[in-house]
Each structure stands twice: as C-alpha cells, then as structure tokens.
Design a protein around this ligand. Structure first.
Ligand code: FAE
Length: 547
C-alpha cells in the first residue's frame, strides 16, 4: 500500500483488517435492510460454502440478473441450487458503519483488485482524479481489453450492486432487432411484466420531479431536449422513490442524495439483494459461495459436469481449490465472464464440442459519454440525485438514446452529463491466446466513431440551439467523448447461435447460458430488464422440458 493510500485509509477510519473480518457469508439481505453491525463470522461462512466433492443437481456460475432468475425459479421448482460468486457477499458494514464506499471517496471497497482507482470520468477541470487504493476484492471491476475498458459489478448481486438502477423496457417496435427469434407478444405480455415486478421497477412522481432540487440537472436536460425538438422520456428505476423523498426531507440516512452509486448504494436502491436474492433466501434451497471463482467445467465420467472452483481471499489469492459435480450448469457470469470461460474451455479442450459461435457477437450497447458546458444562468444544481431518471430519445431518427446522468460532485459545475446508448453496428469477438494464457477481445476504440456520430445527432443540435459547447475536461485534457469504455457488455454466446432458442449450449446437454452473453450486442436501452426478462422466459422453458 502506498503511503498516501495508507494515510487516506486511516484518516477515513477504514481498517482493512476490520473490514475483511466477517465478509464472505452466504447471503446478507438482512444487513442490507439496515441492520448495521450484523456481521456474520467467517467460520460460519466457510461452513456454508459449497464443499469440495459435492454432487449437486444445479450449479449457477454468477449471482447477477441471469443467475438470480435461474436460481430462484429452479429452487421454487424444488431443485437445490448452488450459486458460485467470485466477488464478496457485501453484507457487512465497514468501520464507517456503511457497507459500501461513497463515489466521492473511493477506498479499498471500491475497485476489484486494483492499486489505483480507474474512474469512468477520469478527469475534472482537466485534472486526473484517480487515486491510490489498497488492492482488495472491491465491488467495481474495470476490466481492460486492448480497445475498451468494461465496467462490471463484482459480488453477490453482480451488476445490480453498482449500476444506476435505470430499469428500461425497450420499445416494442425495437425488440425485433434485439432478439429476432423470440416471440414479441410473449415477452411484452408475460416476461417483461414478470421481470419488472420481480425487480421492483417504479417511475418517479412527475410532480416531485418538477419541484425537487435534486433533479434540477435532469430538468435542464429536459428543457434542452425539448427546445431542440427531441422527446424527453421518464425512465423507470429500481430506486425506492418514497425513500428518496425522505432523503430530500432529511428524515433518513442519505444514499442517492449522498452521491452513492458506482461503489454500491447503502439504502434506497433495490439491488438484487433486496429483490430476487431475498426471495432466493426464502426458498431455503440455495447456497451461495462468495469469493469462489469457477475455473473449469468438463463432462464428468459418470454423467453431469466436473466443476473446478478456486476459493480466494480478499487479496485475490487462491486459498483452496474445490472440485464438485453438477448435473446441470448455468453460465451466468455476465457477458464477459461467461464468454471468457466458454472461449477458454473450448480452446483448451475442456468443452471441445462447443460450436464456432462461442465468443462471437459481442457489443458495447453503443455506450458513449459526453458533457455539456451550460451558461451561468443554467445551473444544474449542487445537489444531484445519483439515480438518473430521464432520457432523450432520438433512437429512430439518429440511433441514439441519451440518459441525462448526474455529476454528483456536491458543487455547482454548470455541466450536463450524458451516457448515450447508440445503434453501433460493430461487433467484436473473444479469442484464446495460448501464448499469454488469456482471452482477448478484438474491439478497437475507433469502432466507437458511429456511436459518437449518433450521439452528435442530439448534442450538436442542442449546442447549436442553446449556444453551448461540449465539455472537454471530463475524459482527459481537451477530450470531448468518453469513447474508451462500456457499462453494458452484451453477447459472446448469442441466442440461437452458440445456444438454441432457450440458452441451451450447442454440443452439451445440461449446459446453459442465462445472462447478458445471450444478447447480440445491443438492447437499444439499458440492458438489465431485458436480461432479466429473457432469463425468466428461458428458465420457464428449461424447467418445463429439461428437469
Ligand atoms: P452480471 O450482473 O455482471 O453478473 C455476473 C456475476 O458473475 C458477477 O457478480 C461476477 O462477479 C460473477 N462472475 C464472473 N465470472 C465468474 C466466475 N468465473 N466464477 C464465479 N463468478 C463469476 O451479469 N444496466 C441497466 O439496465 N441500467 C443501468 O442503469 C445500468 N447502469 C450501470 C452502471 C454501471 C457502472 C455498470 C457497471 C453497469 C450498469 N448497467 C446498467 C449494466 C447492468 O448492470 C448489466 O447489464 C447486468 O448486471 C448484467 O447482468 P448479467 O446477469 O449478465
């Protein structure tokens, strides 16, 4: 640990040792519901995690959206399920009394095995803002490939722990381009409603939106959109809106209004821990092994699959390697995690019968970021709710849907900030590099140019109308576009290509993909509702026909 990091650590009262103690328990829904101090002993956690030599009916790799849907529905159908999660359980408060670190003061909890933060907005007023942190199994992974950094959640709850909570169902007319083989009526009549109910999706009270200080930034976004002739749409979220109103009234501990988002949200956001995982716990049929990483899946001699799992400590070091047998294995490690596993297992001969579509069809959901520099008479507010709740829709005319995002710095910046989802046609592929022993992704930064052009259909027009300019200080020095990253990795084991129309992997009976890897690169909006709805559809079919 560097001196400066150590100083910050102690100055924040954050003792790494104290924080490590008690992490790794199987499921911490109760603590997240507000029982600060409800630490569970590590020994109990060790006893509850999957034992080496176990023979289990269903093993789910990953605890994000796809994994949670699979585990819940299998358990409700009477199947015992073991979920394996490489990240921590995030159920135990640190010495500051909070489970999650604040966005404005990242500490060890913030990043996955890094010694320096890698914040999506790397600069402010042109100055770099990344800082040293102790290496730790923190919550946000900034996974670097040659041409793109892919941000992902690590821990029980996957991306739901770190995401903005925007819970968007794509427009029905756009669905055919997302998943052409899937029955649209079934999705919009049954599975999207089921996913939205299961996730606790709700829309902001428009009257409150119009008056609260914390959405002034979004009202500025709406005004600019509408003056340039673009529709502004409210975006549903998984935040508890009543809680946010109480935050604004000063009646409860602040979460969205304290700027919490990227490194977890301590109170108001309904992450999977408060929704699907709480219901999973109630079934009594599911164990969750956190700080466990699946490294291999191969056909077992007596049927089913041999699964090799590394248990790690919070420095990322392997402390124990376990081997278990599972009748059925569900890959729910996220688009990148599932793709990396499958590509390596195919290339190294563990699962040679997987087809040539494995690793293909990966896209970034067309993510590109930019900021706008507003006039002094157009402030965006020093208090900004960290949960975005509106977007500018120019999908059909310009191929872009732009979330009006917060810049929760605590000071007035006169800046507007946007994450655009665009119809970027480029698709990359994962491949195995035997020399390095790593899976690579052939995405190139220049492939973001179509996204920039599409986002410009919105922001060039707004700038011309308002007499404003782009910010150039958020992603470097004199750099307008945040074109180096994605929050929304999709594809790599695409539905009807690497799998059948329900996620059954070609080549092996009893192996399934049930996460964002199934979706071919783009969803036209933020993806987790679609990932959840597709998983609900697929698991229903799998339970009815394969069990
Ligand atoms: P995911 O949630 O990533 O879960 C996969 C899990 O598997 C993770 O917990 C991994 O740690 C674990 N894992 C990986 N490999 C292994 C292994 N080998 N062994 C054991 N465990 C493993 O997958 N989407 C929206 O719709 N709205 C938003 O507002 C939004 N904001 C976002 C903001 C940020 C900063 C980020 C990073 C993402 C955001 N997303 C948003 C994207 C969304 O979180 C993402 O699409 C879903 O989480 C993907 O769900 P999956 O089930 O595919």
């Amino acid at each position: 640990m560097s001196d400066s990091a150590m100083h910050r650590n102690s100055s924040q009262g954050f003792s790494r040792r104290a924080f490590i103690t008690g992490t790794g328990s199987i499921l911490g829904v109760a603590a997240l519901a507000g029982r600060a101090g409800a630490a569970r002993p590590t020994a109990a956690a060790a006893a509850a995690s999957i034992p080496s030599g176990a023979n289990v009916p269903a093993l789910v790799i990953g605890t994000g959206y796809g994994g949670c849907v699979a585990a819940l529905r299998l358990a409700q159908a009477g199947v015992d399920v073991h979920m394996i999660e490489m990240g921590m359980s995030w159920d135990t408060p640190g010495p500051d009394g909070k489970i999650f670190a604040n966005t404005t003061s990242p500490d060890a909890r913030s990043f996955w095995l890094r010694t320096k933060t890698k914040q999506p907005l790397s600069n402010f007023l042109g100055f770099p803002i990344d800082r040293d942190i102790p290496k730790y199994t923190g919550i946000l992974d900034a996974e670097e490939f040659a041409g793109i950094t892919v941000y992902q959640g690590r821990g029980v709850g996957g991306g739901s722990l770190v995401n903005g909570g925007m819970a968007v169902t794509p427009k029905r007319e756009n669905f055919g381009a997302i998943l052409p083989s899937v029955n649209v009526d079934e999705m919009y009549d049954t599975y999207y409603p089921r996913a939205n109910a299961g996730l606790g999706v709700a829309t902001i009270d428009p009257a409150w939106f119009d008056t609260t200080d914390c959405y002034q930034y979004a009202r500025v976004g709406r005004k600019h959109a509408q003056r340039s002739g673009f529709p502004f749409v409210f975006v549903p979220t998984v935040y508890d809106w009543d809680y946010m109103k109480q935050e604004a009234a000063g009646a409860v501990p602040k979460s969205a209004l304290a700027g919490e988002i990227l490194y977890g949200n301590n109170y108001g956001k309904k992450s999977l821990q408060k929704t699907y995982l709480a219901r999973i716990k109630d079934t009594g049929r599911v164990t969750i092994s956190s700080l466990h990483k699946v490294t291999s899946v191969t056909p077992a001699a007596g049927g089913g699959y041999t699964v090799v799992i590394d248990q790690t400590d919070t420095s990322g070091a392997t402390t124990l390697t376990k081997t278990v047998t599972a009748a059925k294995v569900f890959f729910a490690a996220g688009s990148v995690g599932t793709s990396k596993l499958l590509v390596r297992l195919k290339a190294t001969g563990a699962l040679p019968a997987l087809n040539g579509e494995i690793g293909q069809g990966w896209g970034d959901n067309g993510n590109v970021m930019c900021g706008g520099a507003n006039h002094l008479w157009d402030p965006t507010g020093s208090l900004q709710a960290s949960i975005p709740t509106g977007g500018i829709d120019n999908w059909n005319a310009g191929g872009a849907f732009a979330e009006v995002a917060p810049l929760p710095t605590g000071i007035e910046t006169y800046a507007s900030f946007y994450l655009s989802i665009t119809k970027n046609p480029n698709r990359a592929r994962f491949s195995w590099n035997a020399a390095t022993g790593k899976v690579e992704l052939n995405w190139q930064t220049s492939w973001k140019q179509p996204s920039i052009d599409m986002a410009k259909t919105i922001f060039d027009k707004i700038n011309a109308k308002e007499g404003t300019i782009y910010r150039t200080d958020l992603f470097g020095t004199y750099k307008i576009w945040g074109d180096h990253l994605t929050y929304h990795p999709l594809g790599g084991a695409v539905l009807t290509k690497a799998t059948d129309n329900y996620g059954r992997l070609h080549g092996y009976s009893g192996l399934y993909v049930i996460d964002g890897a199934l979706i071919p690169g783009n969803t036209s909006v933020n993806p987790f509702v679609t990932i959840t709805a597709l998983a609900e559809r697929n698991i229903e079919k799998i339970i009815a026909t394969d069990l």
